[in-house]
Design a protein around this ligand. Structure first.
Ligand SMILES: Nc1ncnc2c1ncn2[C@@H]1O[C@H](COP(=O)(O)OP(=O)(O)OP(=O)(O)O)[C@@H](O)[C@H]1O
Length: 268
């Protein structure tokens, strides 16, 4: 793999401090991470360690106070449809239908170069990818939480982002819906070859989805404590994996990091 693709996202010595009433709060320090094109990375760590802060830096929603962040060899200077974000709370516009919510994003990215018919086709294709063609004309208050998240994912994917950034996208969902969406995400990512960076609290979710699990130390001044490479073959199937000793080993390694080496700040 050439160096642009193997360092598709390239984070070097990233620092993030916030000015607070009590003074400067250093959230992240010396974060170094490269992500290859097509790789699925999860960020895991205790609450408040800095996972969202790091994701927001990659999204360009906030600017690092030190170090360098590149995507595709270009400095990340602000938000861009190249790096689409899916948040925990779907963030759909309630007065628009599912179709219109996705169309808005498609229009923003492709209207300068494509016809209306092409924009419509893109919108339909994105909704079909997440299995929501039947709900195109529904408004967010008429569909379930899992469906709303799927619209959020469709909206992000419809922009053909180079990177899909997800901040606990399934965190607010019940366990079964969550499992179903994880399976769907695995299929979508296999079909689209997307590069994904996802924040999660869920160890099983991290092992199931990731090529590498990036474990953050507790804050303040959090950094990457360890990176675990997950060498489970794809496609992955949750019921088979549950009996796979390698799966249990990975799971134990993450739990060991979180509960022995980085015990929760409140428990320390
Ligand atoms: N805008 C801000 N101003 C001041 N402090 C902030 C700001 N944003 C985040 N922080 C602090 O930075 C630290 C990291 O926050 P962050 O939201 O990134 O953690 P997290 O790991 O995503 O947490 P959780 O898992 O609970 O969502 C926390 O101590 C938080 O209070």
């Amino acid at each position: 793999m050439d160096s642009i693709n193997s360092k598709f996202i390239d984070i070097q010595h990233a620092e993030m401090s916030f000015s607070t009433k009590k003074g400067i709060f250093n959230a992240l320090t010396n974060v170094n991470l490269t992500v290859s094109k097509g790789e699925f990375i999860t960020l895991i760590g205790h609450s408040g360690c800095g996972k969202s802060t790091l994701l927001n830096l990659i999204a360009g929603l906030t600017q690092a106070t030190g170090g360098m962040l590149l995507c595709g060899n270009r400095e990340i200077a602000g938000p861009s449809p190249e790096r689409a974000v899916v948040f925990q709370n779907h963030s759909l516009l309630p007065w628009l239908t599912c179709y219109e919510n996705v169309y808005l994003a498609v229009e923003r990215v492709f209207s300068a170069t494509e016809s209306k018919a092409e924009l419509k086709a893109r919108t339909r294709a994105a909704l079909a990818l997440v299995g929501l063609s039947h709900a195109e004309q529904k408004r967010p208050n008429e569909i379930s939480g899992g469906m709303k998240q799927r619209v959020g994912i469709a909206r992000a994917l419809s922009m053909e982002p180079k990177v899909l950034l997800m901040d606990e996208p399934f965190g607010a969902l019940d366990a079964l819906t969550r499992a179903h969406l994880q399976d769907e995400l695995l299929k979508i990512v296999a079909a689209t070859g997307s590069t994904v960076v996802m924040v999660t609290h869920d160890v099983d979710e991290a092992v199931l989805l990731s090529d590498r699990i990036v474990m953050l130390t507790n804050g303040p001044s959090a950094t990457i404590g360890e990176i675990l490479e997950v060498k489970l073959a794809r496609p992955r199937e949750r019921v088979m994996l549950a009996q796979d000793p390698l799966y249990s080993q990975y799971r134990t390694a993450v739990l060991e990091f979180l509960y022995h080496r980085q015990s929760h700040p409140a428990a320390a």
